[in-house]
Design a protein around this ligand. Structure first.
Ligand code: ADP
Ligand code: MG
Length: 261
C-alpha cells in the first residue's frame, strides 16, 4: 500500500528522517515508535504528501480521497469554529452529492459514528469547548465515516482515558479486519506488543522495521535511545541531499504547525 524508498526529509537542511526504506503492506497494522523528535510525525506527513522529500520517495497505492489522517493533537487548531457534527461530516466530503449535498444516509452514518465514540448528545457543541480526549474521539468519528483504505494516526490515544483507549483499539482492530491499512504512532511498548503485528522503530534513521516481536528487542530499543541522545540539532546539517525542504500544501511555518481539526 505504501512504499518508502530511501526517504530523507529535512527542515531547513536539518534531516528529521534520514534514508528510510520499507513498506506498509495492504491490510497491515503497523505501529511507528521512537523517541521524541525521531521523525514519526514527519513520516506520516510525508506519506500524506504534506512534506516534500529532500531525497528518495514515498509511493502510495491509494487515491487521496481513500487516505485518512489524524494529526497529532498539538498540531490541531482548536479555535476553529466548528460544531462536533460538522467536524464529523467533514469526513464525508468525498461522498457528498452534487453541491455538497449530505443525504439522510450520510447523516445516519455520522450519527452512528458519534454514538460509537461515546459522544451522543455533544453534536452541537463547538470543538473548542471539548476536552482534548473528547476532541480526539470526534476525530476518530470523522475517520469512521471517511471509509478510507489507508488510515494514519499520530499519537491517537494521547489525552485519552484507558476505557476510551480500549474502545478505540477495538475500532482499529475492526478496520484491520476489514482489510484497511492502519499505521499508528504510539508510545506504549506494551500496547504495541499486544495489538500491532508490525512495528517501525525510528530514531531519525530506521532502527528496525518488521514483525513487532523482532523489532521491539532490548538491543533495538537501546540503539534508538543511544541515537536520540547523540542528536545535536544545531550541528546536523545534511549536505548530501539535493533539494531544499518545502511544504507542498502551505507556505508559512505557522501553517505547517497547525491545521484545522
Ligand atoms: P516525532 O513526531 O518523532 O516526535 P517529528 O517528526 O515531529 O518527531 O520531528 C522530527 C524533528 O524535526 C524534530 O527535531 C523536530 O524538532 C523537527 N521538526 C519537526 N517539524 C519541524 C518544523 N516545522 N520546522 C523545523 N523543525 C521541525
Ligand atoms: Mg510527533
Amino acid at each position: 500500500m505504501v512504499t518508502v524508498d530511501n526517504l530523507t526529509v529535512s527542515y531547513r537542511q536539518h534531516p528529521a528522517l534520514h534514508h528510510i526504506s520499507g513498506s506498509f503492506a495492504r491490510g497491515s497494522l503497523t505501529a511507528v515508535i521512537g523517541p521524541n523528535g525521531s521523525g514519526k510525525s514527519t513520516l506520516l506527513k510525508s506519506i500524506m504528501g504534506l512534506l516534500r522529500p529532500a531525497g528518495g520517495r514515498v509511493t502510495v497505492n491509494a487515491p487521496r480521497e481513500r487516505m485518512a489522517y489524524l494529526a497529532q493533537l498539538t498540531e490541531i487548531d482548536r479555535s476553529f469554529p466548528l460544531s462536533v457534527v460538522d467536524c464529523v461530516l467533514l469526513g464525508c466530503w468525498s461522498m457528498a452529492g452534487a453541491w455538497g449535498r449530505i443525504g439522510p444516509e450520510l447523516r445516519q452514518r455520522v450519527a452512528t459514528a458519534i454514538t460509537r465514540v461515546g459522544l451522543a448528545g455533544f453534536e452541537q457543541r463547538t470543538v473548542g469547548s471539548l476536552s482534548s480526549g473528547q476532541l480526539q474521539r470526534v476525530l476518530f468519528a470523522r475517520l469512521m465515516v471517511q471509509d478510507a483504505d489507508l488510515i494514519l494516526l499520530d499519537e491517537p490515544f494521547n489525552a485519552m482515558d484507558s476505557r476510551t483507549t480500549a474502545a478505540l483499539l477495538d475500532l482499529i482492530h475492526q478496520w484491520h479486519a476489514e482489510g484497511r491499512t492502519v499505521v499508528a504512532v504510539l508510545h506504549d511498548d506494551e500496547q504495541v506488543r499486544a495489538h500491532f503485528p508490525q512495528t517501525a522503530l525510528l530514531a531519525r534513521e530506521l532502527v528496525a522495521w518488521g514483525d513487532t516481536a523482532q523489532v521491539l528487542t532490548p538491543a533495538h530499543l537501546h540503539r534508538a535511545r543511544m541515537l536520540a541522545e547523540a542528536w545535536d540539532d544545531n550541528a546536523d546539517i545534511c549536505h548530501t541531499d539535493e533539494a531544499a525542504p518545502a511544504l507542498v500544501a502551505n507556505s508559512t511555518r505557522q501553517a505547517e504547525r497547525t491545521s484545522p481539526p
